[in-house]
Design a protein. Structure first.
Length: 142
């Protein structure tokens, strides 16, 4: 069964991967992040290169290389990460996207608009620092 609320695999990998960097507070290799998230190293590499281009994380080459945060966890919101992959979310909440509705009002009422607003508020108000306490280390990592 499909989930009602969907997020792309790339966005999910970005959110989880950058969150791992913040939680571990150390440089991590693609291999480590892929193992922790169950992702393909190739797909994760493409996602992380996009985040490097957006200035959110750094890529360090060579022995001991990997990725780390380019900004402080306090300055990176979940919306920043999501938007780096998907672009800014649309405010269009109509599923028809046709410009006209056969009904006087949306069959979903205000539900879709309210959910969209709530998700965007959560993403925009939540930083990586908010998500990770000082003594917290994610399961499956060192």
């Amino acid at each position: 069964m499909k989930n009602i609320i969907q997020i792309s695999e790339a966005s999910s990998l970005a959110l989880h991967g950058v969150s791992l960097l913040a939680a571990n507070r150390r440089r991590m290799s693609i291999r480590e992040i892929a193992a922790a998230t169950g992702a393909s190293e190739a797909h994760l590499s493409k996602v992380f290169q996009r985040l490097v281009k957006e200035g959110m994380i750094r890529s360090i080459r060579g022995p001991g290389g990997g990725f780390d945060l380019a900004k402080t966890p306090e300055s990176i919101t979940l919306l920043d990460i999501y938007s780096a992959i998907e672009g800014m979310p649309s405010s269009d909440t109509c599923f028809l996207h046709s410009g006209s509705c056969p009904f006087r009002g949306c069959i979903f009422g205000d539900l879709i608009e309210d959910l969209t607003e709530r998700v965007l508020r959560y993403l925009g108000d939540t930083t990586l620092a908010d998500m990770h306490g000082k003594d917290e280390t994610p399961t499956g990592t060192k």
